[in-house]
Design a protein around this ligand. Structure first.
Ligand code: E4P
Length: 225
């Protein structure tokens, strides 16, 4: 499963990249709004940092299929062909996905709450569909179950579309979908930073260092003892 960062804060993105093997970045209009910067300024900075080959998912704003296609052309022109254009999985969006697919532009069906949306986005040529795990949970349904159902539909029908699971609130949700073999998960920096919040891990490392320093002296390492 690929692991992406769901944020546009370049400082947070750099910090997470420093420690973890990350495959790319996703943004949405609300995330961009939080940055307080002009959209293409922040998006170009992210692209330049993550490199031309990394997965980058950027969302359209227009509400009509024709407008979405225009947004997509600008997104790909500014950020490179290897950018997945996120398109809401609504009727105008399905039309836009079909047009863009015929032009060779890759799309991600977003705002997915139901397996039917995912199925239609896949049929419309989307490379990814993004079910919103936590938001589905908050509606009183089971987001993980919805994502698994989508994965089953794709597998049963031999569809090449992959899941880009989104909107996570904890590490267990991410792991559960990793176990199920979904293609990608996009996760906020806060949740990624919680992956290893475990006192037992820190205590084990501290004990190893203390034992070694007891033998060799304070501050000594395998390089300096
Ligand atoms: C990704 O495609 C979504 O825009 C995003 O993950 C939604 O996350 P949220 O529910 O935490 O806002």
């Amino acid at each position: 499963m690929k692991l992406l960062i769901d944020d546009a804060d370049i400082a947070k993105i750099k910090e997470i990249y420093r420690y973890y093997p990350i495959d790319g970045v996703t943004t949405n209009p609300s995330i961009l709004a939080k940055s307080g910067r002009q959209p293409y300024d922040v998006l170009a900075e992210i692209r330049s940092f993550i490199g031309a080959e990394a997965d980058f998912h950027v969302q359209v704003i227009a509400r009509t299929a024709e407008g979405m296609v225009e947004d997509a052309h600008r997104i790909v022109k500014e950020l490179g062909q290897n950018t997945f254009v996120k398109i809401p999985s609504v009727p105008e969006g399905f039309r836009a996905m079909q047009i863009l697919t015929s032009e060779g532009i890759r799309t991600t069906g977003t705002a997915v709450y139901t397996p039917m949306q995912a199925y239609l986005a896949a049929k419309s040529g989307a490379s990814f569909v993004a079910p919103y795990i936590n938001r589905i949970d908050n509606m009183g349904f089971d987001g993980i179950h919805v994502a698994k159902e989508i994965q089953d539909i794709f597998r049963s029908n031999g569809m090449a579309t992959q899941i880009l699971a989104a909107s996570f609130k904890n590490s267990q949700q991410v792991l559960e979908l990793c176990r199920y073999g979904v293609g990608s998960a996009t996760v906020s920096p806060d949740v990624i930073n919680s992956f290893l919040k475990n006192a037992a891990i820190d205590a084990a490392v501290d004990a190893f260092v203390a034992d070694f320093e007891g033998l060799t002296g304070k501050g000594k390492t395998m390089a300096t003892c």
